[in-house]
Design a protein. Structure first.
Length: 275
């Protein structure tokens, strides 16, 4: 089997192929929706996640110049229809965002992805589509993160957002990940272009969980074995294995965890940030 990637998404799919093509070769794949243009991305090895899943289709052939010309024509047609539908939706007072339109290579099916807060009847837009094509229309509602995958955006790091560049799935991201990494709980700082928590919060989270096992809980009562001062742990520094200790005499000490003794019954190590 060979791995392929479809336009507008970084996800890799394993497809049945009787012939191996170099990576980056444009090919025609027969999938559930019909024939589509894709690009090869190497072989689906036995250990790859895609190899353990059912094949996503059959690789029919390398794309011919006619296939590429057809794909380009349909892409331009889809853009024309998208802008026309956006204008029609405004005229009809529909609270909907037309995200993208994609044709199958034979122009038999048009997939229309949209976003809306409420359930809407969009059948009134089909008449506008019919003025451009006789393709069957499939409406697909997408969420904020799926929009970012399709449309692309620039993240806070200044690079293209991970979801449209290389992520193979969109795992759930929780505010707990930010707490464990001692990040300020500021929605503007933690949200990606899609308005949801940034996907990159998951990357270092397992390492932080491992480091936090050696730290006391925030709020635990502890003593600095070096100075003898006792107080409450107010902040954790997992990367340096240190904590901030607000002592009983009003001094804030920066204490290595190796010099910290947690008072029995008033906190213990192994807790997590925010506990």
């Amino acid at each position: 089997m060979q791995l392929v990637r479809y336009p507008r998404s970084p996800a890799l799919h394993a497809v049945i192929s009787e012939q191996s093509y170099p990576s980056g070769t444009p090919v025609v794949v027969q999938g559930q929706r019909g024939p589509e243009l894709a690009y090869t991305r190497g072989e689906a090895g036995a250990g790859s996640p895609q190899a353990s899943q059912p094949p996503a289709g059959q690789l029919l052939r390398a794309a011919s110049p006619e296939d590429l010309a057809q794909a380009e024509r349909l892409s331009g047609l889809a853009e024309d229809i998208k802008w026309s539908l956006r204008a029609q939706a405004r005229a009809q007072g529909l609270a909907v965002k037309i995200v993208s339109l994609e044709f199958t290579l034979d122009e038999a099916l048009l997939t229309l992805r949209y976003s809306a807060e409420d359930r809407l009847d969009l059948r009134g837009l089909i008449a506008e589509v019919r003025s451009y094509t006789q393709a069957r229309v499939n409406f697909a509602a997408v969420g904020a993160r799926e929009q970012a995958v399709t449309l692309g955006a620039i993240g806070a790091c200044g690079r293209e957002n991970c979801s449209s560049r290389f992520l193979q799935e969109l795992p759930p991201i929780t505010i707990r990940m930010a707490r464990d990494q001692q990040l300020p709980l500021n929605p503007d700082k933690l949200s990606g272009p899609c308005g949801r928590l940034m996907c990159c919060l998951q990357y270092e989270h397992p390492m932080y969980l491992e480091l936090l096992r050696d730290l006391p809980r925030r709020g635990a009562h502890a003593c600095h074995t070096g100075s003898g001062a006792c107080g409450k742990v107010t902040k954790l520094h997992p990367l340096t294995a240190q904590v901030d200790l607000a002592t009983e005499n009003g001094v804030l000490e920066h204490v290595p965890v190796s010099e910290l003794e947690v008072q029995r019954g008033k906190g213990k190590r192994g807790g997590r940030a925010g506990d």
